[in-house]
Structure formats: C-alpha cells, structure tokens
Design a protein around this ligand. Structure first.
Ligand code: UDX
Length: 441
C-alpha cells in the first residue's frame, strides 16, 4: 500500500476541525494544530467545541485509529506533514469592515521557521484578494528552506451545519498557484472527489482568493434581492413567497438562496461583503462594489421591519410587554450566534423596555453568555408563557412543527411574527392567531 499523505491542519476552529476530521475519514494521516490548548485537549478527547451535525461521529471513529491527532506544537507539525492547510479565521477587524489578518499572519510566522525541507502550504481561509502573495513572500523570508516552501490558495465553500458533507462532497475544488508542486499536492488531496467528477480548477492566486469572496457576495446579493422584493410586496399588497416561487421556476434564477425573511447573519456573509468592499476601496475600484452597501442596508432593514411589525401588533409600545423570541442561532442546526439576526432583534426589543424571553434548541449557552440582559427558558412552551407576542426568528424544525393550539394555551395573546416565512398562515389563523410575516399581507 502506498504511504498515506500526511496533512497538517492549522487552526482547529469550525473550518479546521471539520477539515481535519474529514481528511482523516478520507484516509489521510492528519495532525491538527492550534495555539488554544483547551480546544486541542477537547478535540483529543473526541469532543467538538461547537455544534455541527455528524462531526463528533467522525472524531470518534478516526481518533482511535491514530489517523487523526491534535497538537499545540508547530515544530511537530512541520516535521510531520507533506502538506499544510491554513484554516484559521479572518474575522472583521473594526468598523472599517476590513478583515483581521492577524491569525493567518501568525499561522505563517509560527510554521515557517520550522520548514527545513521542501514543503507545500495551502491557505483555505477567506482572505482579501492579494493576501496570499504577501503571505508567500513572508513565508519564503522566514523559512530555512526559503523559496522551496511554496504557498498556494484553495478556498473552501462549506456551510455551517453542512460542513461535513460540503467537505467530503465539494461542488468544486479551486487552487490558486503557478507551482506544479502545489497543484499536484492539492490534486492528490482531492483525487477521490476529482475521480467522481468534481470540477478541479487551477487559477492564479488572486483569482482563487476572489472566487470565495465573490461567491459569498453573490449569495448575499440574492438574499437581499428577494428581501428588497419583500419590501415592495409589503407596500404593494403582493405576496413575496408566491413571487419567489414563481421566480424560482426560471432555472437561470433558481430557487436557492431566494428565501425571504429576516435576512442573513453568521460568521461569513456579513463580514465577507464588508471586507470585500474595504478591499475594493484599497484597490481603487470602490464603485464596483458599492451595490454591496445596498445589499447590507436591505439586510439590516429587515431587522428593523420585524421589530416594527411586532410593535404594531401589541399596540405601538414595547415598554412593560412580554415578548417571546424563538431562535438565537443565525440559522437552524447551528449553535453559532455570530451576527445573529434573531439576537439582534431580541436585544433591540429588550432595550425598548420589553421583557424578552428567548429559546433556541442549541445556541442557549452562547446566547446567554453574549446577551445576559435577555431571559432564557428551557423549552419553547416555557418561553411562550404569558407572551403578548411571539417572534419566530430562526426556522428550527421544532418551531416549524409547533402546534398553534398548544402554544395558544400558554400565551396571553395569540399574536405571532413569522420572521422566516416558516409557518403556514392559514393553519395558524384557523387557530385564532393573528399571524404576520415579512413580505406578505
Ligand atoms: C455561507 C456560504 O453559504 C458558504 O458557502 C460559505 O463558505 C460561508 O458562508 P453559512 O454562513 O454557514 O455559509 O450559512 P448559509 O447557509 O449560507 O446562510 C447564511 C445566512 O443567510 C443565514 O443567516 C440564513 O438564515 C440566511 N439565508 C439563507 C436567508 O435569509 N435566505 C436564504 O434563502 C438563505
């Protein structure tokens, strides 16, 4: 049997942990490295530091075989691997919207001094176009082997809550490099997928970096487009759900990411469009992306509109009222609350004087930590007790399948704002609820 390729994964956050476990599952020898000792210790024990369907099973299967290991030592990682994957985060730096590159920089700074033999390093993180070239120069300067340590960029496209599937069955592999050695290493990594027909695209580094941010910009634009149509529908007396359905049958448009509602949040789309605008500004092409400012503004207006509808429903004032918020995660099947539209709405309503109680099937601990001023209940029913109005803000299946009769028995008033167009209005109205949604009458 040919020797298995040894791969290191730098960073064991959401992207890194998922990538490491999936590569081990695919049969590679994987060593994950992180400066966060607590995280490394958890992963060694087979515990995932966040909620991601299917990931704990992969850890439990692959840790005992020795194919998957974790360390805090960059020297060990440099000694071990033929291919290094940079999977650290690039959060928003400040109000300018620019990306914080300190984690990618420090990944290179920690690894490079240990690179004594020819090596391939491939970045997977989402970075502003031009970052990879800067990192390549930085690495060559710091590595004892010099230019024999080569760097390429291969963005990932995984969605949270589908991270395992999106890694094992990607819809394309993109590698930005002009080095045959880098291309060969990345091709070897995904050979199974390529054999199964997954497109493999080789580009220059800049294009590869751009593929990721432009994909996310497009997705954000699609969501804001349908939410702009929701605004018009509200004013014109139309129904955006029917509109979206009719649009979706045109396969040039398609039905995915055309779901109107409270809009996008999370650790990627919001910060990526802002970082993209900041970078365009630096490149002197600011007007090319000024439409993304509108995309962001439309998205923010949905939150304000949701609050307005709830306020109207309870007679114009939140002060002293009891409000139930269903959902805290930025989307279902995740415990991620970064830029969560649900928690943004909940905390604004609380700041307007309402008594707000939140329930979420997975994100309660994180929400409690970040928003201690809100109240939390251990179940949907308990959260709804005494409510003057209920807001559904993250479309978990548990909420989609809620029984309006049962819920109606514990609330004070049967009033609901469906922020995700997740419920059947006829069904809820037939149980005596006043039902309001975004983009419909
Ligand atoms: C996104 C991209 O999909 C992924 O390819 C990239 O690698 C990272 O960013 P993620 O942030 O995990 O992934 O979430 P996604 O499923 O894309 O949803 C983003 C947000 O858009 C969520 O808040 C979701 O509620 C919202 N959304 C999505 C809508 O409001 N309407 C839709 O039709 C689809």
């Amino acid at each position: 049997e040919a020797e298995r390729m040894r791969v290191s994964v730098i960073g064991t956050g959401y992207l890194g942990a998922t990538t490491a476990a999936c590569l081990a599952e695919m049969g590679f020898d994987v060593l994950g490295v992180d400066v966060d000792e607590a995280k490394v210790e958890m992963l060694r024990r087979g515990r995932v530091p966040f909620f991601e369907p299917g990931l704990d099973e992969l850890l439990t299967e692959n840790l005992p075989t020795g194919r998957l290991r974790f360390t805090t030592s960059f020297a060990e990682v440099a000694e071990f691997a033929d291919l290094h994957l940079i999977c650290v985060g690039t959060p928003q730096l400040d109000d300018s919207g620019a990306a914080d590159l300190s984690y990618v920089n420090s990944a290179v700074d920690r690894l490079a001094p240990h690179l004594h033999r020819p090596t391939v390093v491939v970045g997977r993180s989402t970075v502003p176009v031009g970052t990879a070239a800067t990192l390549a120069a930085r690495m060559a300067a710091l590595a004892p082997v010099g230019a024999e340590a080569e760097l390429g960029w291969s963005p990932e496209f995984l969605r949270e809550s589908f991270g395992v599937k999106d890694t094992l069955q990607p819809n394309r592999i993109v590698i930005g490099t002009d080095s045959p050695r880098v291309e060969k290493a990345v091709r070897a990594l995904w050979q199974q997928q390529i054999d199964e027909g997954v497109p493999f695209l080789v580009t220059d580094m800049q294009t590869a970096e751009l593929v990721k941010v432009s994909a996310n910009a497009f997705l954000a634009t699609k969501i804001s487009f349908i939410n702009a149509m929701a605004e018009v529908s509200e004013a014109a007396g139309a129904d955006v759900m029917k509109l979206a359905e009719a649009l979706s049958h045109d396969d040039r448009i398609g039905g995915k990411f055309l779901g109107p509602g409270l809009g996008f949040g999370g650790g990627c789309l919001p910060k990526d469009i802002r970082a993209f605008m900041a970078r365009a500004d630096e490149l002197g092409v600011e007007p090319a992306l000024s439409f993304l400012r509108e995309v962001d503004a439309i998205n923010q207006r949905r939150r304000a509109r949701t609050i307005d509808i709830a306020r109207q429903l309870i007679g114009g004032n939140f002060a002293g009222r009891t409000v139930t918020v269903l959902g805290a995660a930025f989307k279902p099947n995740s415990d991620d609350i970064r830029d969560s539209p649900a928690l943004d709405v909940a905390s604004t309503i609380a700041s307007l004087g309402a008594h707000v109680t939140v329930y979420d099937p997975q994100a309660m601990d994180r929400a409690r930590e970040e928003h201690p001023q809100l109240n939390y209940a251990p179940s949907m029913m308990e959260a709804a007790e005494g409510a003057d109005v209920v807001l559904l803000l993250t479309e978990w299946t548990e909420f989609r399948e809620a029984n309006p009769e049962k819920l109606g028995e514990v609330v004070t008033q049967r009033k609901i704002v469906d922020g995700r167009n997740a419920l059947d209005p006829t069904y809820w109205r037939s149980s005596g609820w006043i039902y309001r949604a975004l983009g419909r009458q």
